[in-house]
Design a protein around this ligand. Structure first.
Ligand code: BYC
Length: 472
C-alpha cells in the first residue's frame, strides 16, 4: 500500500513514524538544493514525460506523465516483506533475517550502504550538462529519467541510513550531498564516479557498463540478511533495467548508424559522413569497461569474504539460481592468475575470498551478450570489423593487475601504456564536435540511429520534452 506523507510517497508507514519524518523532512530541502545546484542544468522548468513510482505493485511502479523534475516525487519503496524469510548464505544461513542492523555488523553495513548511496548523486553530477547536447528529445527524456531515478535511489539509501543508523546515519546522509564527483578535496568514493561524462557516447557507455555494475551489486545486496536493505535494493532493480536498456541500445544505435554510414561514406570512413568511427567506439568501450571492472574491488578480497560469511552480501541470484548449490562456500576454491615477475601464475584462493570475482564473472558474461548483439549489426551490414571487450587485465586501477602494462589482448608488453587504446584528446574532441542538440520531435543527430520504438508505447517522434524554460 502506498501512503503519501507530504510530498514523500512511501510504503514504509512514514506517517506513523514521527522521528523518521523529522529526519527526512530536515534532509529534503538539502536534497532539493543539491538537485538545483548539481542536477541537470537549466531544465527544471520543462515538462518531461517521466515514469514515476507511486507504489511497488505492477499497477503503481510505472506511472507515466509530464512532470517538472523538481516536482518529481522521490518516494521510498521497499519490496513486499516475506515474513518467513531466512538468511540464504554464509555462516548464519537458515537463521531469520535481521529487521534491524545487528550491532556487530553495523560498521560494515553502513559502509556498504554509504558506498552504494554515494554512486547515485555522483552519476547525476557526472551527467549534469548532457541535456544541452541531446541527440533527440527521446534521448533527452531518457537521460532525465535515469537522473530522477538515481535521485530516488539516493532517497532509498538515505531512508536506510536515517531509519537504522541513528546519528551516524544522519551525518552520512548529509555528507552524501557534500561530496562532489571529480572534486579535488571531496570526491565521490568510487573512482568511476569521479570520471567526467562530457559526451553522449560516454553516457551510453556509462549506462551500459557502469550502471550494469549497479545491477550486479544491487543483485548481491538484494540477497542480504539485513532485510530492509534486501527489500530496498529489490525494488531499485526494477527501475535499473531501463537504465541498462538506455546504455545497451544507445551504444547499439551508434554502431547501427556507423555501419550504415560506412556503406556510403568515401573510403568507408563514417567520420566523413558525420558518424563516429568504430575504432573510437572501441576505445570508449575499453575505457568504461575497464573502469567498471574496478568497481567490483579486488579479485582476492578479505572484505568480500567477510561480507559473504556474515550474510551481508551474497552472490547474484544466490537464493534463486539453481546453479548455486553450496550456499556456505567454505570448501570451494577459485583459481586466479597472479602476476609474478612478469608472468601469470595460477593461484587457488578460497571461494569466499573470490566473491568479488564471482559477481564480476556474471557481469562480464552479461556485457559479452550485448557485444554479440552489437556485432550482429555489423555482420548484417556486411562489415568484417567486430567490437570486443578488452581483457580484465587491461587498464586496471584496482586489484591484481593495477597499473600494469597489459594490452587489451591481455598480453603484457614492456613500455606499453593503456592510453594507446583509450580515447585520445583528438578522439574526444571529434566526438565533442558532433554533440549538437537536436530538439525537434522525431529528429535524430547525424551520428545515432533512431530507436526501434518509443517509450511507454509512444511513437519515436512523440514530444517527450515540452520546453517551458531557458533551455529551449
Ligand atoms: N574505487 O577488498 P576490496 C551503482 C576500496 S554502481 C575506489 O578490494 P571490497 C550505480 C575498498 O573500499 C554499484 N576504492 O574491495 C551505477 C577498500 O577500501 P578500505 C555501487 C575502491 O571492499 C551507475 C579497498 O579498496 N554499489 O549502483 O571487497 C549509476 C580494498 O577493497 C574501489 C556498490 O559498490 C574503487 N573502484 O569491494 C548509479 C556496493 N574498489 O576498506 C549507480 C557496495 C574498492 O581498504 N560496495 N575500493 O578502506 C561494496 O560492496 C564494496 O565496497 C566494493 C568494493 C564492491 C565497492
Amino acid at each position: 500500500m502506498t501512503v503519501e506523507f507530504g510530498q514523500i510517497p512511501n510504503n514504509v508507514n512514514l506517517s506513523d513514524d514521527k522521528k523518521l519524518q523529522r529526519a527526512l523532512l530536515e534532509w529534503q530541502p538539502s536534497f532539493l538544493d543539491w538537485w538545483k545546484e548539481m542536477g541537470p542544468s537549466e531544465f527544471n522548468a520543462d515538462n518531461i514525460y517521466l515514469r514515476t513510482a507511486v507504489a511497488v505493485g505492477s499497477d503503481g511502479w510505472a506511472h507515466f506523465d509530464y512532470v517538472k523534475m523538481p516536482d518529481y516525487r522521490w518516494g521510498i519503496f521497499l519490496a513486499h516483506p516475506d515474513q518467513n524469510r531466512t538468511i540464504q548464505f554464509g555462516d548464519n544461513i537458515g537463521k531469520p533475517v535481521w529487521a534491524e542492523a545487528p550491532g556487530e555488523l553495523r560498521k560494515e553495513l553502513k559502509r556498504i550502504i554509504v558506498t552504494q548511496a554515494d554512486t547515485e548523486p555522483a552519476s547525476v553530477e557526472q551527467q549534469r550538462l548532457l541535456g544541452h547536447t541531446a541527440p533527440s528529445l527521446y534521448d533527452l527524456r531518457n537521460l532525465f529519467q535515469v537522473n530522477v531515478e538515481e535521485g530516488r535511489h539516493l532517497w532509498a539509501m538515505v531512508y536506510l541510513l536515517h531509519q537504522f543508523f541513528g546519528k551516524d546515519g544522519r551525518e552520512e546522509a548529509e555528507d552524501l550531498l557534500v561530496r562532489r564527483s571529480g572534486h579535488a578535496d571531496s570526491p565521490r568514493i568510487l573512482n568511476a564516479f569521479n570520471k567526467p561524462i562530457d559526451d553522449w557516447l560516454a553516457f551510453f557507455c556509462f549506462a551500459m557498463f557502469t550502471d550494469r555494475d549497479g545491477k550486479y551489486q544491487l543483485g548481491a545486496l538484494a540477497e542480504s540478511g539485513f532485510d530492509p536493505l534486501a527489500r530496498t535494493t529489490q525494488f531499485m532493480l526494477t527501475e535499473e533495467a531501463h537504465h541498462l536498456f538506455v546504455g545497451e541500445t544507445g551504444v547499439g544505435r551508434v554502431i547501427t548508424k556507423t555501419a550504415e554510414l560506412m556503406k556510403t561514406a568515401p573510403g568507408q570512413d563514417a567520420r566523413r559522413a558525420g558518424g563516429i568511427p568504430l575504432d573510437i567506439i572501441q576505445k570508449y568501450i575499453n575505457e568504461w569497461f575497464s573502469a567498471s571492472l574496478d568497481l567490483f574491488g579486488s579479485e582476492d578480497s578479505s572484505n568480500a569474504a567477510a561480507y559473504f560469511g556474515s550474510g551481508l552480501k551474497g552472490r547474484f541470484n544466490e537464493s534463486k539460481s539453481p546453479r548455486i548449490t553450496d550456499h556456505v562456500a567454505l570448501e570451494g576454491s577459485y583459481t586466479i592468475e597472479r602476476p609474478v615477475g612478469g608472468k601469470l601464475t595460477k593461484d587457488e584462493i578460497p571461494l569466499r575470498r573470490a566473491m568479488n570475482l564471482v559477481l564480476r564473472d556474471a557481469y562480464v558474461d552479461d556485457c559479452q551478450r550485448a557485444v554479440i548483439r552489437w556485432n550482429g549489426t555489423l555482420e548484417a551490414a556486411g562489415h568484417p570489423d567486430r567490437i570486443t571487450l578488452p581483457s580484465d587485465r587491461f587498464n586496471r586501477q584496482m586489484g591484481l593487475y593495477m597499473g600494469m602494462a597489459y594490452q587489451p589482448s591481455g598480453e603484457l608488453r614492456e613500455g606499453y601504456s593503456s592510453k594507446a587504446d583509450l580515447p585520445s584528446a583528438a578522439d574526444l574532441a571529434y566526438v565533442q564536435s558532433l554533440m549538437v542538440k537536436e530538439y525537434a520531435p522525431g529528429k535524430y543527430a547525424s551520428w545515432i540511429a533512431a530507436p526501434n520504438k518509443g517509450i511507454n508505447a509512444q511513437a519515436v517522434d512523440f514530444e517527450y520534452v515540452k520546453f517551458e524554460g531557458a533551455a529551449k
